[in-house]
Design a protein around this ligand. Structure first.
Ligand SMILES: *Cc1c(COP(=O)(O)O)cnc(C)c1O
Length: 461
C-alpha cells in the first residue's frame, strides 16, 4: 500500500520505547529480563508494527498489545533450543535425537558432580593434586581386560589422537572398503590427513586380502588401521581378512593394529537376532593393540571417545599435547563411570536404556502397543496395531532391523499431524509411512507414555 497521509498518522500515533517502558507490565518484564533486553524487545516490536502499518496490514495497536508482543519475543528468545522430545521413531541410537539416553544411575551421578565441587583432579588420601585419569579408566580396564584405557571427548577425537600420537609423519595402511564417511562429514581419510599420517589404501572397495596389506608394509609403516563399517554394509562378493589375521601380520612386522570399533558394543547384540558385529572385547581378543569407540552409541552412555589397549601405546596417547585439547569433562566422566558399572556387575541389559530397548521382548511391545491403541480408541482416535521394524541407528549394526509392534494412526493429512506433534511442549517424533503416522513403543521411555498419549489425543481433536 502507498504511503498515504493516513499511514503517516498511524505511524505518528505509535508510542516511543520510553513511554512503553513506563507501563507497569513493561516494568515487570524489564525486571525479569533486564533493561537492555526489554528495550530491544520493544524496539523489535515497534519495528514490526511500523512495517505492518506501512504494508497496510495493521492499525496502531494498544500499548498493552505492544508490550504483550514484546513479552512473546522475550519468551521465545529465552526458550531453550535444546529440548527433550519423545522418540517414537523406533531408532534406538538416533543421532539427531541425542543418541543414547542415559541410565538413571548416570543421571544421578552427573547431577551430584555438576552441582558442586568434586575430586576431578584431587586425591583425598594425600590431599594433593590427583589424576582425572582414574575415574572411568579403572572400570574400563577391568571390564575389557585391556592393560590401559583413556577417555576423551568423542570417538572422532579418539581416532584423531590415536593416529596423531602413533602415526604422525608415517604411513597407515587401511582397506579401501573402510574409507567411510560416518555422518556429519566425518570421513576416515580426512581425519587421517588431519593427524599428519599418510594414508596407504589397499585392496578394492569390496575385496581386500591379507596379501594386499602385507605388500604395502614398509619401513615407513606406523600401523594398520581397521575402521568398522558401522553405517553401511557391502553385500555380496566381499572379503576382508579377520582382525586376528591382521593382528598377526602387524605384529610379525613390529607394528600395531589399530581398530576403530565405533559403536562401543561391549555385549553381543547377536543374541537379540541382530547382525553380529565385533565387540570391543572381540577386538582386544583378536590382538588389536588399541581399540577406539564411542561412549554414546551402544555403550549407552554420554558423549565420549574411549581408547583401550596396550599400556605403552595408551601412555603415548595420553602424553600427546592433543590429549589435553580433546579431554573429557567432569560430567562425561561421571556419566561414563556410572554407565560402565552395570557392565561389570552384569546388569547392563536391565539398567542401560539402549540395551533395555534392544532386549525389549516382542510380546511386551505388542502388549504396550495394544494398550495404547485401546486408550486412543477410548478417546475416539482410530489406531491399529501393526507389524514393523525398529532399527539400531547411530551408525551401529548396519542392516539390522528388529521386529516390533507399531501403533499406526491414519489421518487425511498425516504430515500436518506430525507437524502438530512436533509443536507440543514435549514434542513427539514419529515415523510417517504412506498416510499413516507410526509410533514405535520400543524407544518411548516409560515415564513419557502418559505425555505421548495425551499429545496424540490433543492433536487429533
Ligand atoms: C560413530 C563413529 C565414529 C565417530 O564417533 P563420535 O563419538 O561420533 O565422534 C568414528 N568411527 C566409527 C567407526 C564410528 O562408528
Amino acid at each position: 500500500m502507498s504511503d498515504t497521509p493516513d499511514t503517516q498518522q498511524l505511524l505518528r500515533q505509535l508510542p516511543s520505547v520510553d513511554k512503553l517502558l513506563r507501563l507497569p507490565a513493561a516494568y515487570d518484564l524489564a525486571q525479569r529480563y533486564g533493561h537492555a533486553l526489554m528495550t530491544d524487545a520493544l524496539r523489535h516490536t515497534l519495528d514490526q508494527t511500523r512495517q505492518a502499518i506501512l504494508d497496510g496490514r495493521a492499525h496502531t495497536p494498544m500499548p498493552a498489545t505492544l508490550v504483550q508482543n514484546a513479552r512473546e519475543w522475550l519468551e521465545e528468545l529465552a526458550a531453550p533450543t535444546l529440548r527433550p522430545v519423545i522418540n517414537a521413531t523406533g531408532v534406538i541410537v538416533h543421532t539427531n535425537l541425542g543418541r543414547a539416553p542415559l541410565s538413571q544411575a548416570a543421571m544421578t551421578a552427573v547431577q551430584a558432580i555438576a552441582a558442586g565441587y568434586n575430586t576431578l583432579e584431587f586425591n583425598l588420601e594425600t590431599g594433593k593434586r590427583g589424576s582425572r585419569a582414574v575415574h572411568a579408566e579403572q572400570l574400563l580396564t577391568r571390564i575389557t581386560g585391556a592393560e590401559a584405557a583413556a577417555a576423551v571427548n568423542n570417538n572422532a577425537a579418539a581416532v584423531l589422537l590415536m593416529l596423531t600420537a602413533l602415526c604422525q609423519g608415517k604411513e597407515v595402511i587401511i582397506s579401501r572398503g573402510q574409507l567411510v564417511e560416518i555422518g556429519g562429514g566425518f570421513r576416515v581419510p580426512d581425519v587421517m590427513a588431519q593427524s599428519g599420517a599418510k594414508l596407504v589404501e589397499v585392496g578394492a572397495t569390496n575385496r581386500t586380502h591379507l596379501r594386499d596389506y602385507a605388500r604395502a608394509i614398509s619401513e615407513n609403516t606406523a600401523a594398520i588401521l581397521v575402521a568398522h563399517h558401522s553405517n553401511y554394509k557391502i553385500i555380496g562378493f566381499t572379503t576382508e581378512p579377520s582382525l586376528a589375521e591382521l593382528a598377526e601380520l602387524a605384529h610379525e612386522n613390529g607394528i600395531p593394529l589399530l581398530f576403530d570399533q565405533g559403536s562401543g558394543a561391549l555385549l553381543d547384540a547377536g543374541r537379540y537376532g541382530l547382525e553380529p558385529e565385533p565387540t570391543v572385547l572381540d577386538g582386544l581378543e583378536a590382538g588389536c593393540d588399541v581399540v577406539a569407540f564411542s561412549g554414546d552409541k551402544l555403550l549407552g552412555g554420554p558423549q565420549a571417545g574411549i581408547l583401550v589397549g596396550q599400556e605403552p601405546l595408551i601412555q603415548r596417547l595420553k602424553k600427546h599435547p592433543l590429549a589435553r585439547a580433546v579431554r573429557a569433562d567432569k560430567m562425561a566422566l561421571a556419566a561414563l563411570s556410572a554407565t560402565l558399572l552395570p557392565y561389570l556387575t552384569v546388569q547392563a541389559e536391565a539398567e542401560i536404556p539402549v540395551w533395555h530397548m534392544l532386549a525389549y521382548p516382542l510380546a511386551e511391545l505388542e502388549a504396550t502397543a495394544r494398550a495404547w491403541a485401546d486408550q486412543l480408541a477410548e478417546a475416539g482416535l482410530a489406531a491399529r496395531v501393526t507389524d514393523g521394524f525398529s532399527t539400531v541407528g547411530g551408525g551401529s549394526l548396519p542392516g539390522t532391523e528388529l521386529p516390533t509392534k507399531l501403533v499406526a494412526i491414519q489421518q487425511p493429512n498425516v504430515e500436518n499431524l506430525a507437524a502438530r506433534l512436533r509443536q507440543r511442549p514435549l514434542p513427539v517424533i514419529g515415523r510417517i509411512q504412506a498416510d499413516e503416522l507410526l509410533i514405535d513403543p520400543r524407544t518411548v521411555l516409560p515415564e513419557q507414555e502418559e505425555a505421548l498419549l495425551q499429545a496424540l489425543v490433543a492433536v487429533t481433536r
